[in-house]
Design a protein. Structure first.
Ligand SMILES: CC(C)(COP(=O)(O)OP(=O)(O)OC[C@H]1O[C@@H](n2cnc3c(N)ncnc32)[C@H](O)[C@@H]1OP(=O)(O)O)[C@@H](O)C(=O)NCCC(=O)NCCS
Length: 395
């Protein structure tokens, strides 16, 4: 195996059409738009339709990233899906995505590092390509969190949403570019700060665990907030130092989109203004492992990233995990237009003799179905962000 340089050649995202606004949440729990916006910056999040699963969201984002890379799906040799909301405990969601995108040759596996999952998956995929093991690796972050939320718990149900983002990492004979430095950490002291108790070997699902509502995400918000603000800054700085750079030399940070206040406090801690941070938490909420690749695809497609820019992916999540990568961007951002030709649909084969029960949480379905027509997604409303530039049509 010959070491090569490993660069991002494709990117793509998919957010389901369903929109759940703060006004909708006011009808589910004792909360207010004002409270949610002030404490989190979130205005709305997306909700997958009943026929969608984590694998179908992942497959659409993946097809877009593969189209941008100008590859045939069969040229992908490894598929990594970072997720905490897999279709099933087994098989892996990555195996289902492989079939859904029409790939016949790749190895496929999931990455479990919660909201840091994409950053962990990117580091893994980068190592596989730069070592010479594979030429093209697909790394996806995909989540369908609305199926794991207690829509009676105002502490958690306001925060999370559904979506997927993906990148293709390809070997290159040109030197440089790609990952310049990285940092990954895991701190089990925080193991039960964000937690889904039931479904594993410690607490298999049963009538009793369901009655105890242990099949839903639980979270200690304040502790998580404190950890997040500390670790996002320290992980980003460690990766930047390993790259031999200073924070000032980073053109754009693509942080995990958990809470606008957390991102603002990291910016302040690093002595940088908010225009160096890509923010879309207002429109998608926290999409866990999908948040960094969704933000990356939007940032590149809207002209916020140029060839030669040094950018930083940085995330934290359950575990507690955290991770950061410094990346030198090498791909022509205009190639993002190639994703527009991909039809936003994917199907994952189910066994012929089995069908799931309706997967939509009943309380959520009741609110969505009682509205007068579908909600229309908001435009980007985070103050202080530069206007999106228009993309050039690629040659
Ligand atoms: C969850 C979070 C927004 C809560 O904000 P906060 O300022 O810490 O709020 P607190 O938890 O102190 O709650 C303050 C009050 O608001 C109430 N509250 C909590 N959720 C509420 C909601 N959705 N609507 C209205 N009030 C709410 C609390 O019950 C509390 O009331 P009390 O003072 O009468 O007890 C914040 O802690 C956070 O973002 N934490 C990190 C979460 C995260 O990023 N998780 C994902 C990690 S990947």
């Amino acid at each position: 195996m010959q070491p090569r340089s490993a660069r991002i050649t494709g990117w793509g995202m998919y957010a389901p059409m369903g929109v759940l606004s703060n006004a909708d949440l006011e009808r589910l729990v004792d909360t207010s738009d004002e409270w949610i916006v002030t404490r989190t910056g979130i205005r709305e999040r997306r909700v997958a339709a009943p026929h969608e699963t984590t694998a179908t969201l992942a497959a659409i984002a993946a097809k877009r990233a593969i189209a941008v890379a100008g590859l045939d799906p069969d040229e992908i040799e490894m598929i990594l899906v970072a997720t905490l909301s897999p279709d099933y405990p087994m098989p892996s969601t990555a195996a289902l995505v492989k079939e859904a995108i029409g790939n016949t040759r790749a190895a496929a596996m999931d990455v479990a590092a919660a909201c840091s999952g994409f950053v962990y998956g990117y580091a893994t995929g980068h190592a596989m390509v730069s070592s010479g093991m594979y030429r093209h690796v697909l790394v996806i972050g995909a989540e369908l969190l609305t199926r794991f939320l207690d829509f009676g718990d105002r502490n958690t149900c306001i925060l999370f949403g559904d979506g997927a983002g993906a990148v293709v990492i390809s070997a290159s004979d040109d030197p440089g570019g790609g990952m310049l430095g990285m940092e990954l950490t895991t701190d089990p002291d925080g193991a039960y700060m964000i937690w889904l108790p039931s479904g594993g070997s410690k607490s298999p699902p049963s009538v009793e665990t369901i009655a105890r509502r242990e099949h839903y995400i639980r979270m200690e918000g304040k502790e998580t907030y404190r950890y997040a603000t500390r670790t996002l800054a320290s992980s980003a700085l460690a990766a930047i130092q390993r790259a031999g750079l200073t924070a000032d030399e980073i053109a754009l940070f693509i942080p995990h989109q958990a809470n606008l206040r957390i991102i603002e406090s990291v910016a302040k801690g690093l002595g940088l203004s908010m225009d160096r941070f890509y923010v879309n938490v207002d429109r998608y909420g926290n999409t866990s492992a999908a948040s960094v690749p969704i933000a990356l695809a939007e940032a590149v497609d809207s002209g916020r990233v140029k060839v030669g820019d040094r950018i930083v992916f940085v995330a934290f999540g359950a575990g507690f995990t955290s991770g950061a990568s410094v990346v030198e961007w090498t791909a022509d951002p205009a190639l993002g237009r190639r994703a527009d030709s991909v039809v936003p649909a994917a199907s994952v084969r189910a066994p012929v003799d089995w069908d799931s029960v309706d997967p939509m949480p009943a309380r959520l379905a009741a609110v969505l179905n009682s509205r007068n027509g579908p909600a229309v997604p908001l435009d980007d409303v985070v103050p202080g962000e530069p206007e999106h530039a228009h993309r050039e049509v690629p040659a």
